[in-house]
Design a protein around this ligand. Structure first.
Ligand SMILES: N[C@@H](CCC(=O)N[C@@H](CS)C(=O)NCC(=O)O)C(=O)O
Length: 233
């Protein structure tokens, strides 16, 4: 039996953060297919492992815990794998960084594709809020000693949850949507470098290669990914 089961779509989007934390910690997990993900998502709340709205859903078999909402599941894994800083202020900052990452995913995808991008709205977003998000990550890291050459988001000697989240967010997005890479390099060069350093760790490089093979060029999927690609072409 695996340590965990991850119910998530075959995409390197929200669930990718949980994959990265599990891979980094050397944990094993299985991922039921799309039909099983849809089935557990559509069950009546009393029949779900934990009442929830949308994947990712993580089941920790050893602890007998099921948890949804990406930030909550990441907090669980962060505690389980000792990826959280001991300093309460830095732990709170880690939670804030996770929430920021989830906000970025929502904003780039217009809250799960509730509407498609228009050229005017994309240009506004790509000219203001998106680079500002990049700068927010950059400045958070720099304030704790991160440079292009080395260091980690919160000044720890080894990568923690904040580093995994920053790396998965920005490396995956700019890998799959390559048109955004120059903006990241310009606005958040230390984050771009951190992301590559962290994702080059053997366990994460293996996870990335495996998910690239499974999911190809896809990022968030659906019509909103097509809309994003239209904006970036
Ligand atoms: N706030 C939730 C958002 C979950 C979410 O939007 N999941 C998407 C995939 S990334 C989904 O499956 N949406 C389908 C739905 O909401 O019905 C989280 O952070 O986990």
């Amino acid at each position: 039996m695996t340590d965990f089961t991850l119910y998530y779509w075959p995409l390197p989007f929200r669930g990718q953060f949980l994959r990265a934390a599990m891979a980094f910690a050397g944990a094993s997990w299985d991922e039921p297919g799309v039909d099983a993900v849809a089935e557990v998502k559509d069950r009546a709340p009393p029949d779900q492992p934990v009442p929830f709205m949308a994947p990712p859903l993580l089941v920790d078999h050893g602890a007998g815990v099921s948890i949804a909402q990406m930030p909550a599941a990441l907090a669980w894994l962060g505690g389980r794998f000792e990826l959280m800083p001991a300093d309460p202020a830095l732990a709170a900052l880690t939670h804030k960084i996770v929430a920021d990452a989830n906000d970025v995913l929502d904003e780039v995808t217009r809250f799960g594709g509730r509407s498609m991008w228009t050229r005017e709205e994309w240009d506004g977003f790509a000219g203001a809020r998106l680079p500002r998000w990049m700068e927010i990550f950059e400045q958070t890291g720099r304030a704790h000693g991160l440079t292009r050459e080395g260091g980690y988001m919160l000044g720890t000697p080894e990568p923690g949850l904040a580093d995994l989240v920053a790396a998965v967010l920005w490396v995956t997005m700019t890998d799959k949507l390559a048109g955004l890479r120059p903006m990241l390099e310009a606005r958040a060069p230390a984050i771009a470098a951190l992301g590559e350093r962290v994702m080059a760790r053997p366990a994460l490089a293996e996870m990335r290669a495996e998910t690239d093979a499974r999911f190809g060029a896809a990022w968030c999927g659906g019509q909103i990914e097509a809309s994003l690609r239209e904006m970036l072409d």
